[in-house]
Ligand binder design. Structure first.
Ligand code: NAD
Length: 475
């Protein structure tokens, strides 16, 4: 059993003042593995005061000082990678390969940000030659919000950009991830940053989140989570005109063009659909297939899904671990029932737990064929291993169906003709289009269009999300 009852404020672990105690349950076997005291409004207020105090000095730190801090964070994350991986497996049910990747990624974020920062022009000429200079200044105290499905990765990528820019921050992990948050906070503490530059308060959105989201001392919010919550955050932020970056819900399309090599493309498309047990914002959960090839595609998918191992997330042979909790399990069951009721053809999986798994929030990897884009399973983010296969009549039809969504986070294109795939990519409404791959480019901008968000993370654009341009003009 682990106990989390401290918040991280002003460079120290201090007793959390919030009064709510929650059990932390291992989703793979439903046993209680820990107990956490959630932070409340008073904890958030103390964290904001500490960040505000730190900002005065940190905002004037040099690039060299911040590069050194990022490098110390990179090393500290690497030193704690095993603990990060273990907490992700046990608290969240993340399959080991994914959990391992995230643990490494947390370290890499800081190294990448140090590289971006070192070459960034904070001052440059602007306007009339020799008269004006554009100075990029830190926006100020930043609130960083993480969802439960990507705790370490989200905290690391946002924190790396905030520190690179010279912004002190208050981090708010999800109330469903107190242990993962504790592990990453210990790593942050080991990096020995000036007090108050990073503060971590793990609590609920309604109090801790709302406090950070409306406090006048907070200048910037960087939020990753659902579109519904993102809209609440954006509305509340407008009163104090906080700068807001939102990374939100997805319902990504995978376009299998008629020239695709199925043996290479289907494993990638299934990897996109079922990554992180389907609990991924960028999961490619709508597979658009030329009508002429639908039978061979479905046949190959059925064989692959039948061979997929669902079970213990610590077992390297496992592809799909448990869902994070019962609510998420029930949500997926609801969508599977909706798919059947609305007339889609169930070609793999279905309702209930996989055979032999009576405990734990395991669901069956499920595939529907003959899906229409107006069905709930094609429109809504399910956030579990449920793939919808939609037949399309042409390349134009595939693009139209892909774009007929309120979301636009990521899209995937599979084709043996790269020029053609690039032409298709240009017409897709998505923040990122991956061609013949599933792995992202972590130095390239990442974010969503339409209701999948606003703003970009990673690389120079990610840094600039924490900077405010100031023009200095001389007479
Ligand atoms: P969520 O919106 O419920 O919560 C996200 C964070 O916001 C949590 O820390 C939560 O406590 C906080 N929060 C909730 N209500 C709040 C409020 N009223 N004020 C302030 N903060 C509040 O999302 P979730 O269920 O934790 O995560 C899953 C969602 O996140 C999915 O929709 C997924 O697609 C999305 N997501 C997006 C990305 C991306 O990069 N676009 C990445 C990961 C997850």
């Amino acid at each position: 059993m682990f106990h989390v009852d401290q918040s991280y404020i002003d460079g120290r672990f201090v007793p959390t003042l919030g009064e709510e105690i929650v059990d932390v349950v291992n989703p793979a076997d439903e046993t209680v593995i820990g107990r956490a005291r959630l932070a409340g409004r008073a904890d958030a207020q103390r964290a904001i005061v500490a960040a505000e105090r730190a900002q005065a000095t940190f905002g004037r730190s040099t690039v060299a000082e911040r590069v050194a801090m990022l490098q110390r964070l990179q090393a500290a994350m690497l030193a704690n990678a095993d603990a990060l991986r273990e907490s992700s497996i046990l608290e969240y049910g993340g399959p080991i390969a994914r959990s391992q990747w995230v643990a490494q990624y947390a370290s890499q974020c800081f190294g990448d940000a140090a590289g971006t920062l070192a070459g960034y022009p904070f001052e440059r000429p602007a306007g009339v030659d020799g008269v004006s200079t554009l100075v990029m200044a830190p926006v100020g105290v930043s609130g960083l919000f993480a969802p439960w499905n990507a705790t370490a990765g989200t905290i690391a990528s946002k924190l790396a950009a905030a520190i690179a820019a010279g912004c002190a921050s208050v981090v708010k992990p999800s109330e469903l991830s107190p242990w993962q948050a504790q592990v990453i906070t210990r790593a942050i503490h080991e990096a020995d940053l000036p007090p108050g530059v990073v503060n971590v308060v793990t609590g609920r959105g309604a109090d801790v989140g709302a406090e950070i989201g409306t406090h006048p001392a907070v200048a910037k919010l960087s939020f990753t989570g659902s579109t519904a919550t993102g809209k609440l955050i954006a509305r509340a932020a407008v009163d104090t005109m906080k700068r807001v970056s939102l990374a939100l819900t997805g319902k990504s399309a995978s376009l299998l063009l008629d020239d695709a090599d199925l043996r290479a493309a289907i494993p990638l498309a299934l990897g996109a659909a079922f990554m992180n047990s389907g609990q991924a914002c960028v999961a490619g959960t709508r597979l658009l297939v030329p009508r002429s090839r639908i039978d061979e595609v479905v046949e190959q998918i059925q064989a692959s899904v039948a061979a997929m191992r669902v079970g213990d997330p610590a077992d390297p042979a496992t592809t799909i671990g448990p869902m994070v909790n019962q609510a998420q399990f029930e949500r997926i069951q609801h969508f599977i029932r909706r798919g059947i009721a609305q007339g889609a053809a169930l070609v793999a999986g279905g309702e209930g737990r996989p055979q032999g798994l009576d405990r734990g929030w395991f669901v069956r990897p499920t595939v529907f064929s003959e899906v229409r884009n107006d069905m709930d399973i094609a429109r809504e983010e399910i956030f579990g291993p449920v793939l919808s296969v939609l037949p399309v009549d042409s390349e134009d039809d595939a693009i139209a169906v892909a774009n007929a969504s309120r979301y636009g986070l990521q899209a995937y294109v599979f084709s043996t003709d790269l020029d053609r795939a690039r032409r298709v990519a240009r017409r897709l409404q998505a923040g990122t289009v991956l061609i013949n791959r599933v792995a992202p480019d972590l130095l390239a901008p990442f974010g969503g269009v339409k209701e999948s968000g606003q703003g970009r993370e990673f690389g120079v654009m990610g840094l600039e999300a924490f900077l405010e341009p100031k023009t200095v003009t001389v007479g």
